[in-house]
Ligand binder design. Structure first.
Ligand SMILES: [Fe+2]
Length: 205
C-alpha cells in the first residue's frame, strides 16, 4: 500500500480542538494582524483578570480558561467582514456599520455547534451588548448579558483605547480606565468596572 493512502491514526478530541483553534487564529491573522493582536491581548488580560477575581474569592463559579478562550475569539467573525470596511479609517455608513456589527453573530455561528464551548460562543455573541440595553445584537440589558460577555466588553474597550490604531493614537491606561469608569452603569456592568480598576491597580503595583 502506498504510504500516502495509509489511514491516519485518530486524533484525540482535545488535540483536534486545539489544532482547530490554531487554524482559526491563523485565519484571523491573515485577515487582519491588528485584530489578531488585539484578540491575543484581550484573551491574556481576561485570563489574568479572572484569576485575580478568584484570588480574592470573587466570582469563583466562572472559568478563567473559558473566558480567556472566548476573549481570544471574540472578534473572529471579522474574517467575514470586507477588508475595505474592516480597515476604513473614517466613520462607517449605516450599511457598512451593519456588516461590521454582524461579526458578533458570525463568530457565534462558528462556535455554537461545539457543545463544550457554549459559554465561549455566548461571550462572542454578546460582547457588544451594553448594560443599559443599547448594544447589539440582542439589546440585552444588565444581568441578562452573560458574565463572560460583560468581562470581554470591558477589556475590549480598554485595549481599543490603549492601542495604536490606524485612526487613533494610544491613550494611557489611566485615561482609559477613567473613561470606562464613567461608562459604568450605562455601557458596562458597574461591579465589574470597579473590579477591573482594582485589578489594574494591583497589576501595576
Ligand atoms: Fe467586536
Amino acid at each position: 500500500m502506498d504510504a500516502r493512502t495509509l489511514p491516519l491514526p485518530p486524533v484525540p478530541a482535545e488535540q483536534a480542538a486545539l489544532e482547530l483553534e490554531t487554524v482559526l487564529l491563523e485565519l484571523l491573522m491573515r485577515k487582519s494582524s491588528e485584530t489578531h493582536g488585539h484578540s491575543a491581548r484581550v484573551g491574556e488580560l481576561a485570563r489574568e483578570w479572572v484569576e485575580h477575581m478568584h484570588s480574592r474569592s470573587k466570582w469563583l463559579g466562572v472559568s478563567a480558561s473559558e473566558i480567556a478562550q472566548s476573549a481570544r475569539y471574540h472578534d473572529v467573525g471579522k474574517v467575514a467582514v470586507q477588508n475595505e470596511i474592516l480597515n476604513k479609517a473614517g466613520p462607517l455608513d449605516s450599511a457598512e456599520r451593519e456588516q461590521m456589527n454582524a461579526h458578533a453573530r458570525i463568530g457565534y455561528e462558528l462556535f455554537r455547534n461545539v457543545s463544550s464551548l457554549e459559554s465561549v460562543a455566548l461571550g462572542i455573541l454578546h460582547h457588544h451588548e451594553r448594560w443599559d440595553g443599547g448594544g447589539y445584537p440582542a439589546g440585552l440589558k444588565g444581568q441578562e448579558i452573560p458574565f463572560v460577555a460583560r468581562v470581554i466588553g470591558i477589556i475590549d474597550a480598554f485595549d481599543a483605547m490603549t492601542s495604536n490604531r490606524c485612526y487613533q493614537r494610544a491613550r494611557s491606561p489611566e485615561s482609559a480606565i477613567e473613561e470606562i469608569r464613567l461608562s459604568g452603569g450605562t455601557q458596562f456592568c458597574p461591579d465589574l468596572v470597579q473590579d477591573f480598576a482594582e485589578f489594574l491597580n494591583a497589576r501595576n503595583t
